[in-house]
Design a protein around this ligand. Sequence first.
Ligand code: UD1
Length: 419
Amino acid sequence: MSKDLIVVQGGNPIKGSVDIAGAKNSVLKLMAASILAPGKTTIKNVPIISDVTLMGEVLDNLGAKVKFGKRQVTIDTSTIDSVETPYELVARMRASIAVLGPLIGRFGRAHVAMPGGCQIGSRKLDMHIAGLESLGVVFEVEHGFIDASIPGGLKAATVILEFPSVGATENLMMAATKAKGKTIIENAAREPEIVDLANYLIKMGAKITGAGSPTIEIVGVKELKPVSSHTTVGDRIEAGTYLVAGVLGGGPLTVKGINPQNLEMALIKLKLMGASVEAGDESITVSRKGKIKPVDIQTLPHPGFPTDLQAQFMVLSALADGRSVISENVFENRFMFADEIARMGAEIRIDGHHAIIDGVKKLSGAPVKSPDLRGGAALVLAGLVADGETVISSIKHIDRGYEYFIEKLTKIGADIKRL
Ligand code: UD1
C-alpha cells in the first residue's frame, strides 16, 4: 500500500458532482464515544477510509465487537474488558487519544500510550490532561503510557481552555457526561464535529447544552444508553477539497451532502478568489470564468478558516494573479506542502508561520511526495491543472481521510490513476 503512487495528467476540465462522505473527524469521536454506554450502537454515513478502520482496531483491542457494513459501523461495547490502548495503535493515529475521556467516564480508568511526535507540529496533550485533572482525574505518565484514575470520583468543574482545542474539548465533554454536577467548558472548540458529537451524546442520555458556542455545559448523569442509530455530519474538509478542484478546473462542480454553513469562511475566500459560489440546502456549486485572484488567509479555530484546507487553498494562490499571504495559526510546521509544490514551479516563501505566495501562470507536473493527509490531497489538486504528468508518492496519508479519491476525481473529469 505505502509503495502505491497516484499519477495525474493535468489539463482536463473539472466539472460534475461529488457525493460527500461523513466527516472523518466526527466519526472517529463518535466511535470512541460509544464506549461510554455498554451495548450496541450503529453509526451511519461512515467514510471508507483507513483512519476509521484503525479506530475499529482500537475499539476491538479494548474488547468491543466492531462490525463494518455498507457505509456504517455497528459497535457492541458491552464486551469491553480492557482500558489499554497500546503505542502501536496510537502511533498510527493520534485521534486514538479520543478514547481517553470515554474510558474514564465509563470505567474510571484509562491506560493509553502517549502519542509520539507528529508531522504537523508538536500537538501536545497538556489541555486534555489539565482539563481532566480539574474533573478529579489523576494522571501518571510512565513507560510511555498515560495512566488515568479517579480515586475521589469524577466531579464537575469549570474548565477554561487556553486555546479552543478540538480534541481537548471532545475528551472533556465525553468524560464530563458522567461527572457529578455541572461542568462548564469555556473557550470550547466550536467545530461542526463537536456539535455532532454532542448530539450523539445527547441521544445517549447526556445533558449537554451550548455545543457549537464557546461555552458548553454538561450536567453529569449516572448512566448512558447506547444509541441505536446516528448519522455522521458531512465532511466539510472533503467538500472543501473538491470545491477547490472545481475552482481550479473551471467547474461547474457541485458537492452534495454538506451543510454550506459549516464551510462559510472557505466559501467567502473562494468568492474573493473569483469563483462563483451557489449554496443549496445540502449542496454547494462552484465555477470560475476569469483569473484566480490573490487572497490573504488566516487559519483559525472554527468558524475561522480551517487549517485542514490551508494546503488546498495554497494551490489556488499559487496560480493566482498576484501575491497572497497565508498565515497558519493553528499548527506549527504545517507548511511542508510548500516545498513539494515549489517543485512544480510554485513561488512560495515561508517566513515563520506566514507563507507568501506569488502566483505563477502554470504549474508543471513533477514527481512529488505527499507530506501529510491534506498536503497529499492538495498535491493531487495541483496535478489536475499542471502541465503534463504529476506522480505523487507516500499516498497512504491520503487514504487516511479521502474515500474513493481516484474514483470521485475520475467522475468529475480528472485523468488520474493509482499504480
Ligand atoms: C483536530 C482534527 C484536525 C484539525 C484540528 C484543528 C481530528 C481527528 N483532527 O485535531 O484534523 O486540523 O482539530 O482543527 O479531529 N494543543 C495543545 N495542547 C493540547 C491540545 C492541543 O497545545 O492539549 C495545540 C495543538 O498542538 C495545535 C492546536 O492546539 O497546535 C490545535 O489542536 P487541536 O484543536 O487539539 O487539534 P486536534 O484535536 O489534534
